[in-house]
Write a protein that binds this ligand. Structure first.
Ligand code: ATP
Ligand SMILES: Nc1nc2c(ncn2[C@@H]2O[C@H](COP(=O)(O)O)[C@@H](O)[C@H]2O)c(=O)[nH]1
Length: 190
């Protein structure tokens, strides 16, 4: 699996991973962002096959049993996983493939693809993280509590990653990710 590169982007829910990735894709449309499978219900505006593949638990468990997922985890009461085939095909075609996934999945990828480049996005503070999740206005109180509880453990694991970037000033964080990905050893190397 070495023609392209695999990049893992992890960080607590609400830190801004998705927003950073959308801006990164606008600047670098040749990047490939993996579309995950999830049992979470779609949020308003989320489109099946674009934001996620939305499936029920039975279908997700069938995909796990069939070896169709590169990694998967349960997060805040729902399953999330990365479809293996699309990622492998894109990497073989030389693409730089980005997985935006939580900590347990990132750890699995470290076992299966130890050469993957792994970035951890940190919030400026837990208070700001909570503000961002609430301000996003997409999660129930229960979901917010579960996500914040998980955030603490995730932040404690930040040093497992190749680099840590604080998403305080958005443009600065974006530039730091861009610089890391465009370094020859991380993406786009021959
Ligand atoms: N640097 C920043 N300063 C202030 N707000 C930000 C910043 N970056 C992102 N946000 C805002 O934080 C909220 C959460 O961002 P986003 O949904 O991208 O997080 P996420 O890490 O992808 O979350 P999840 O893992 O739950 O999908 C959004 O409303 C976004 O606009
Ligand atoms: N292990 C995986 N984690 C994933 C995947 N796709 C998304 N995620 C992470 O889940 C949480 C919650 O996402 P949300 O869209 O419900 O807010 C967040 O940390 C995502 O990064 C995946 O395929 N595998």
């Amino acid at each position: 699996m070495q023609a392209g590169k695999l990049v893992v982007l992890t960080g607590p829910s609400g830190v801004g991973k998705g927003t950073l990735l959308r801006s990164l894709l606008q600047r670098h449309p040749d990047l490939y962002v993996s579309i995950s499978v999830t049992t979470r219900a779609p949020r308003p505006g989320e489109v099946d096959g674009q934001h996620y593949y939305f499936v029920n638990r039975t279908e997700f468990e069938r995909m796990v049993a069939g070896g169709e997922l590169l990694e998967w985890a349960e997060f805040a009461g729902n399953y999330y996983g990365t479809p293996r085939l699309a990622v492998e095909q894109q990497v073989q075609q030389g693409k730089c493939v980005i997985l935006e996934i939580e900590l347990e999945g990132a750890r699995q990828v470290r076992q299966t693809f130890p050469t993957a480049f792994r970035i951890f996005i940190l919030p400026p503070s837990l208070n700001e993280l909570e503000f961002r999740i609430r301000n996003r206005g997409q999660d129930s109180e229960d979901a917010i509590a579960r996500r914040l509880q998980r955030a603490r453990a995730e932040i404690d694991a930040a040093s497992e990653f190749d680099i840590q970037i604080i998403n305080d000033d958005f443009e600065k964080a974006l530039t730091e990710i861009e610089a890391a990905l465009l370094a020859p050893v991380h993406c786009y190397s021959a």
